[in-house]
Structure formats: structure tokens, C-alpha cells
Design a binder for this molecule. Sequence first.
Ligand code: MN
Length: 330
Amino acid sequence: MAVTGNNTYQEIMDAILDEPDQVLVVCHISPDGDAVGAALAMVHFLEQAGKSFAVVNDDPVPSRYDFLPGVNWFQRTQSVARKFSTIVAVDCADLKRLGNTTQLFADSHRLINIDHHETNNRYGHMNLVQAEASATCLVLYRMFHATGIAIDRNVAILLYTGILFDTGGFRYNNTTPEIHHAAADLLSRGFEPFMIADRVLESLTREQVELVRLGLSTLKIHDLGRIAYVVVSQELLRMSGATDDDTEVLLPYTRSLSGIEVGILFRERPDGSVKVSLRSRDRVDVASIALQFGGGGHVRAAGCSLDGPIEQSVVQLVTVVAAAVKTAFA
Ligand SMILES: [Mn+2]
């Protein structure tokens, strides 16, 4: 597909509202706060516009998002029997990250890609990709404002959740004046900010705490002293009682170590392949590292997959990261 520029907000809205049948809303697999918030904000908009919809993901929505309005509308891909001709994909950088939801696309379909990842390859028939936006929820906020769509309390909670998640609680460098203005506007719809911060960023299950305890015993600091990583094998995951999604709780313990530039979380999948999450502090572009391994993401937060076995994948990835760190601190 040819790389094209963005469609206008109105073109995107018109295309979505033009569908007489159900609109399919999808987001990336292993959905995070921005993906879930954006997908649900989109379906709330559709509901208010009197449109029918389905919101689908391969994976379950992590339980920390149970409080979000409309979360029970989410269906798993395998439980959906029909196909759709209008699809809105939010917070997803490429088709691969949509997982098996692409099997729900009708032979003749229109795919609308709304995202903020720098690595987004404009896979949609229509695209609204704003790489400078701090969250897909901010892209939706801008679109709703520009097209005169009222934001009610539910949509405000959803957009705030995505913004809070993707800015790390207004801490990352993508915490712009605009995002604070947007957050202030959303907060004026009346909800408790602590309730959302607690659920989205802070609260841990017992299994997650057990995973932290066991996971930290695998923490290694690379010779250069600027790379820290944690390795979660299937066995360790079983011992903790936690699920694969829970492993994210280990990430902050890698990059947060003082002096560390790149934090890495390796997790073994049941099939032996390895999922990798990368975070950098100041200088290393981890999106470009992830891209070398067929993944993607942002400069400070990215991910990719390796074939395994896990010991080999760790060596492979850390070698590339170490070279990038050496260059960055040369
Ligand atoms: Mn996002």
C-alpha cells in the first residue's frame, strides 16, 4: 500500500458514520491503557451517534481496566462469527499488531487507521497518524473537538485513562502543555483522578507482587553499567501465578535504576518465542532497535519479538542494545 498523508478529521468521521452496518473497532494485541481507552472512546462515540459496533481483541482486557465504562463490550476474536466492511484501528502501528482480528475484515473493506506511533506504516485505506501526539486518546480528543463532538463523562474517563497511561502519569517527555490542557478539560467532566491513577498505574495484584519478587531475582546489569534487564521464563511465570500481561509490572525496575539508560524485559511465550519490551531514559532510540527485529514503538518505549530460545534471544538483543548504548555515550 502506498504511503499517503493523513485524511482530515471530517473525512475520517464521515467514513465511520457512512457505514450502515456494524463498525468494527480494534486495537493492538496485549492492549494497554491507551489502546483500551481509545477503542472504548470510539465505541461510545458510535453509540451516541446511533451506530452499531463491535470492539474486538485477540487478548482479554487486563483486569486493571475493569472500571472503564463499556469494558464489557470487548469481545475476543475467536468468539466473533461475522465479517465487517468498516474497521477503525486505534493505537496500532501496523497490521501485524492487530493479530487475528484482521480475519474479521470482509474481502472488500475500508480500514481506518488512527494512531500516534512513529513507526506507523500507514496501513489503512484512510489514515490519521499524528506521531507527535502523546497518545492515541489525544488524537481522538483533537478529532472530537475539531468536529464538534461533545465529550461526556464516560468518554472523558476513557480519554483521560489513555493520556495518563501513555504519559506515565504526566511524567514522560511527551507531557506537553497541550496534554495538560486536554486533561484539565476532561477532568472538568467530573471524575476522581486518583481512582484512575490508582487502577491504571499503581494497584498490583498479589500475583503481580509475587512476580516482582521472583522477577527481580533475575535482574542483570550489563557490563557497560547502562543496561538492566529482567528475564521471565514460563516457569517463573507459573511459579508467580501471574499472567503474561502482568509481566509489565517489572519494567519500571529496569530503567528506573540510577545510571541505567536502557531497561529490557524479556518474557518467554508458551511456544518458546520471546517477547521483548524496551525502555530508554535519555539517549538511545529503542524504536529503531525494535524495528531491526520486526517490532516498533516510540523512541523511549518499544517492543519486538524474537524466535527464542530465551537465552539466545537475550544475548542477541543485549548485543544490539549494547552497541547502541556505546554509540550514544561515545
Ligand atoms: Mn498509545
